[in-house]
Design a protein around this ligand. Structure first.
Ligand SMILES: [Mg+2]
Ligand SMILES: [Zn+2]
Length: 184
């Protein structure tokens, strides 16, 4: 069994753009490539788990989303970095009914764990919204970080952060996790 860093996409890997669907608008946040390289150097997997309700809303198609992911892969590869897998929730309760994958539900993490043989209890989650932290906690991750990238500052300003581990960005969260949980 492997450990994983579960990663929200928008506002964590790439700059937050409302309903990003144009690969040209995909921009990596600073330090993300190095953070992914640290994750891999530790033997962990880097698994993106992203709510994409823009698909349910009809704003863009699954294929548009895959094109964005291919672009992110290209940009990461330019720095010698990569993610291992993308899991997405294309739903929204108002348009497609309830699902068990839209964060804060833990469905994407559990599906990834089953398919990629991940031990969730020794894994981490990082995101810029409370729904990311909630998904990581409900799934049973060892730590679930709120990052101050993307919507992070807004999230931090509008929620009680008692008991929440807040880090400025993904690289800081990865360093903290490798330090505190002594992943090899
Ligand atoms: Mg986000
Ligand atoms: Zn879903």
């Amino acid at each position: 069994m492997k450990s994983a860093f579960f990663l929200d996409r928008d506002g964590v890997i790439n700059a937050e753009v409302d309903y990003l669907s144009d690969p040209e608008q995909a921009v990596l946040l600073p330090g993300v490539a190095d953070a992914l390289k640290m994750i891999h150097a530790s033997g962990m997997l880097a698994v993106v788990v992203t709510n994409q309700s823009g698909i349910a809303r009809g704003y863009y198609t699954e294929e548009d989303m895959h094109a964005v992911h291919r672009r992110l892969d290209e940009l990461l590869a330019q720095s010698g970095a990569a993610v291992d897998a993308y899991y997405f929730c294309p739903h929204h309760p108002k348009y497609t009914g309830e699902c068990d994958c839209r964060k804060p539900a833990p469905g994407m993490l559990k599906k990834a764990a089953a398919e990629l043989h991940i031990d969730i209890a020794s894994s981490a989650m990082a995101g810029d919204r409370m729904s990311d932290v909630g998904a990581g906690r409900t799934a049973g991750c060892a730590e679930s970080y709120l990052l101050l990238t993307g919507y992070g500052p807004t999230t931090a300003a509008t929620h009680d952060l008692t008991g929440i581990t807040v880090k400025p960005d993904l690289a800081s969260a990865v360093r903290d996790f490798l330090d505190r949980f002594q992943v090899k």
